[in-house]
Design a protein around this ligand. Structure first.
Ligand SMILES: Nc1ncnc2c1ncn2[C@@H]1O[C@H](COP(=O)(O)OP(=O)(O)OP(=O)(O)O)[C@@H](O)[C@H]1O
Length: 344
């Protein structure tokens, strides 16, 4: 549905060339949700703005629904842009228009009849759960409600693609969840392909099928969410994934932790990462019995990403050094990822 081929974007900043996008290629099949993640300044906004040519790429091609947008004349481009809805971090609503009138705007621009506009807007407000706010002005809405209006407005032209530019970054966690749920619902029920950019892996984890990691204008890693979460290749992807799992050691252990064993009875604190099948298997209790190790769980978390279950456990291992080494080898053989956090 969306094919970006070798997209580069070079800005001229006071006579100096700034490469915001460097030969980025990305393909998003129809009906999928793809998240592009990267740190501030990585080139995410430039990339998403290139998709509807709000930003013209310096080179490369952009194919949406089979049409190469970079080859279209102005009038044709205006027409094709109706296929591409967009929502923004700060909603971009017109403050002088009511909720109804904001959603109606694209339809008015398309010269639809009053009756058609009313029918369509009412249906969209129903879809986003804002029927009771129809005659309210944006200043009287919460952030989440404003984003719902923006989503309804973006859907008014019945787009095939929805671009989301940090759509939940200005929202609190609970509202973020409800907007992500709405986006997923729209994707499922209307079959709309969604490209979203974000700096939060949590967003990717919640709703995306695919993820692409961008760093300094380059696309450094991409794949299905389950692939990337279970086997991240780049350091950046690993860091983003880590940021979504909130497994940290209790404070009292953090204070005691040393880099190396400090005395005979020093024991390692280890973090175990389980994916897919290994999450449900009683591997840690097997290890405890098999190698005669006392294993006390200090903290743990189980979560889902791309339909795959993930689990993290931090535990203290007490036993002789040889037994602990054998246990580590056994766990690695069982596809459990291990990290020694330190010693107590
Ligand atoms: N219109 C412009 N003129 C000059 N440089 C620009 C322009 N737009 C973006 N840039 C530069 O291009 C690079 C990528 O910016 P971009 O806004 O795409 O990054 P981003 O990943 O979206 O960052 P953030 O998350 O902070 O919004 C940055 O170095 C930025 O300063």
């Amino acid at each position: 549905m969306i094919k970006l081929k070798n997209i580069s974007k070079i800005f001229d900043v006071s006579g100096k060339k700034l490469i915001a996008l460097d030969n980025v290629s990305l393909e998003i099949p129809k009906g999928q949700i793809c998240g592009v993640i990267g740190a501030s300044g990585a080139g995410k906004s430039t990339l998403i703005r290139c998709v509807n040519l709000l930003e013209e790429p310096s080179s490369g091609t952009i194919i949406v629904d089979g049409k190469d947008l970079t080859k279209l004349k102005n009038a044709e481009l205006v027409n094709e842009r109706r296929n591409i809805g967009m929502i923004f971090q700060h909603f971009n609503l017109l403050s002088s228009r009511t909720v109804f009138k904001n959603v109606a705007l694209p339809l008015e621009l398309e010269h639809k009849s009053k009756e058609e506009i009313k029918q369509k807007v009412d249906a969209l407000l129903e879809l986003v759960g804002l029927v009771d706010k129809k005659n309210v002005y944006p200043s009287n809405l919460s952030g989440g409600q404003k984003q719902r209006v923006a989503i309804a407005r973006a859907l008014a032209s019945e787009p095939k693609v929805l671009l989301c530019d940090e759509a939940t970054s200005a929202l609190d966690p609970a509202t973020t969840q409800s907007i992500l749920k709405l986006l997923k619902e729209i994707n499922r029920t209307l079959g709309i392909t969604i490209l979203l950019i974000t700096h939060e892996m949590e967003v990717v984890k919640r709703i995306c099928d695919q993820v692409a990691v961008i760093d300094q204008g380059k696309l450094i890693e991409q794949g299905s969410v389950s692939e990337i979460f279970s086997n991240p290749k780049t350091q950046l992807a690993k860091e983003f994934i880590r940021s979504t799992f909130h497994v940290t050691l209790p404070e009292e252990y953090m204070e005691k932790l040393t880099n190396k064993p400090t005395h005979e009875k020093s024991y390692p604190i280890m973090k175990f990462e389980f994916t897919g099948r290994t999450v449900d298997a009683p591997i840690l209790s097997q290890v405890s019995k098999k190698f005669g190790i006392d294993l006390s769980v200090l903290t743990s978390q189980i979560d889902y990403a791309g339909g795959i279950k993930f689990g993290f456990v931090i535990a203290e291992l007490e036993g002789d050094e040889e037994a602990i080494t054998k246990a580590k080898i056994y766990l690695i053989e069982q596809n459990v990822k291990i990290e020694v956090l330190g010693y107590v």
